[in-house]
Design a protein around this ligand. Structure first.
Ligand code: FAD
Length: 458
């Protein structure tokens, strides 16, 4: 729209700061943002534009820029967390009062939270009817052509490096850089590569963390708006129409894209999603406090290989496979009985796809406090989950190399191996690899008792 208006453009990114700013980005997200902005700047420059960077409270930054440049109109994509909505509403009002044109758009979601309503006019609290309703009513709009040329208006920019988004002293980002190519090109390449083959096996491979192309790994690209869900939807539909992908797998993949939409609906109608139990009964939950257990969990030293592999994958690459996210979250909130908010915060800091809606919604889902949540009695068994979803042990051997020489039979439960097997594999429990932080049966029972007490108190 802004390009179509044929006016000179200022392409602006505001790094929001101050009391009105949304939740500050975690360290891995800051790394991603740095790369993503530098890619965006290069793409704009290639078509005659430039990216203007300013840090500060959004309303003030915009007012200053308008004063400096005499800008007559402002265009932006809508946002859904409460601080963002409040800021954007205040900006809209202030600009309109000054006679400046404002237009906002949906650039992030298939359908915005107020668009999809139940028969009685409420919002969906359960995923399956939400998914059905979205399929019945959503039509992906035709894409606008990417601009070939932009007329840039002059405006000063801060230097990206001055924002210090890239970690220094130490620079721990080597593993992230190996794993990812932030930016629109990286996002499109990943989508194409996934749709050109792996998507047709998705129904079978999506739960296998050792499978390199088992899932799309589009999450950080979607999180940072380098690709939109409507682009993904259209690309999948086009291949379905051409009979080029397995129909069942492609639909399962689209349903996962819609879990992201569902999370945004939950965030929109529950602004405290990242801190407050959706189910208020959980306010009485007898969570434990244990710094030692939390540290062991976050550093990948619980003594349960599938959990430790996941936490190390996260630390090294800024991402973790969905099946393993569920297992590690269950370990934290059930076996260790630590509050889900602690896990949510750790993920917020370490995930490159840390998302203000999907992260808290998924944590609450696993803990049992969320909307349409996993039932309280569902305590993942970290041994059998490992054996089932990493049966050949590729994933655990990659991230816990100290266990690599154990036979498959004991890989997911080294503590069940006899002394001779451990010694042959060079594993010394408690020295080269931790003993289990808690016995599975004991942890499971403690979780069940705590959750049961919660129900009985009602
Ligand atoms: P694919 O399987 O290829 O799915 C395609 C896309 O669908 C993903 O990129 C993502 O945008 C969306 N998606 C898939 N599964 C889910 C889901 N369960 N909920 C919401 N969206 C989904 N996802 C995030 O994007 N950011 C988070 O901060 C986040 N935190 C999570 C925390 C926990 C405890 C759990 C259990 C899950 C979390 N997820 C989060 C959901 C899911 O794990 C990731 O979206 C997925 O692993 C990303 O990998 P992918 O792109 O290969 O997914």
């Amino acid at each position: 729209m802004a390009v179509a208006s044929d006016r000179p453009l200022i392409c602006l990114y505001i790094l929001e700061m101050g009391d009105s700013a949304p939740r500050p980005l975690g360290a891995a997200s800051r790394w991603w943002l740095n790369r993503s902005l530098s890619e965006l700047a290069a793409s704009l420059e290639a078509i005659g534009g430039s990216l203007v960077l300013r840090a500060g409270p959004a309303e003030r930054v915009l007012a200053t820029l308008i004063q400096e440049t005499g800008a007559e109109a402002v265009f932006w994509n809508r946002r859904y967390s409460l601080p963002e909505r409040e800021t954007d509403a205040a900006i809209k009002k202030a600009l309109k009062d000054k006679g400046i044109e404002c237009q906002s758009f949906n650039g992030r979601l298939l359908m915005e939270p107020w668009e999809l309503k139940t028969g009685s006019g409420g919002w969906y609290k359960v995923f399956t009817p939400f998914w059905r309703a979205l399929q019945a009513s959503y039509k992906a709009p035709a894409p606008l052509a990417a601009p070939k040329q932009i007329k840039a208006a002059a405006a000063d920019s801060e230097a990206l490096s001055s924002w210090k988004l890239h970690p220094e002293k130490p620079d721990w980002s080597g593993g992230l850089a190996e794993a990812w190519t932030p930016g629109e090109r990286g996002a499109m390449d990943r989508l194409e590569a996934f749709l050109d083959g792996p998507v047709s096996r998705y129904a079978d491979t999506r739960n296998l963390p050792g499978e390199p192309d088992g899932t799309s790994r589009l999450s950080p690209h979607l999180r940072f708006g380098e690709i939109g869900p409507a682009q993904v939807w259209r690309a999948v539909q086009a291949r379905l129409a051409a009979g080029r992908v397995d129909e069942n797998s492609a639909r399962v993949f689209l349903s996962e894209i819609v879990w992201r939409e569902f999370s945004y609906t939950l965030l929109y109608y529950n602004p405290g999603l990242a801190t407050d139990n959706y189910n208020a009964n959980f306010n009485r939950m007898g969570w434990r406090r244990s710094d030692a257990d939390y540290t062991a969990w976050s550093r990948g030293r619980t003594g349960y290989p599938i959990v430790d592999a996941g936490m190390r994958e996260l630390w090294h690459t800024g991402w973790m496979h969905n099946r393993v996210r569920m297992i590690v979250a269950s370990m934290l909130t059930k076996h260790l009985l630590l509050p889900w908010q602690k896990g949510e915060e750790w993920f917020w800091d370490t995930l490159v796809d840390a998302d203000p809606a999907s992260n808290p919604a998924s944590w609450q889902w696993t803990a049992g406090s969320g909307a349409d949540a996993a039932p309280y009695f569902r305590v993942f068994n970290p041994i059998s989950q490992g054996q089932k979803f990493d049966s050949a042990g590729d994933y655990v051997r990659r991230w816990c190399p100290e266990l690599a020489r154990l036979p498959d039979k004991y890989l997911h439960a080294p503590f069940e191996a006899d002394a001779q097997t451990l010694s042959k594999a060079d594993v010394k429990l408690g020295t080269t690899y931790p003993k289990p932080i808690i016995d599975h049966a004991v942890g499971r029972q403690r979780a069940l008792d705590a959750y049961k007490a919660l129900k009985e108190d009602q």
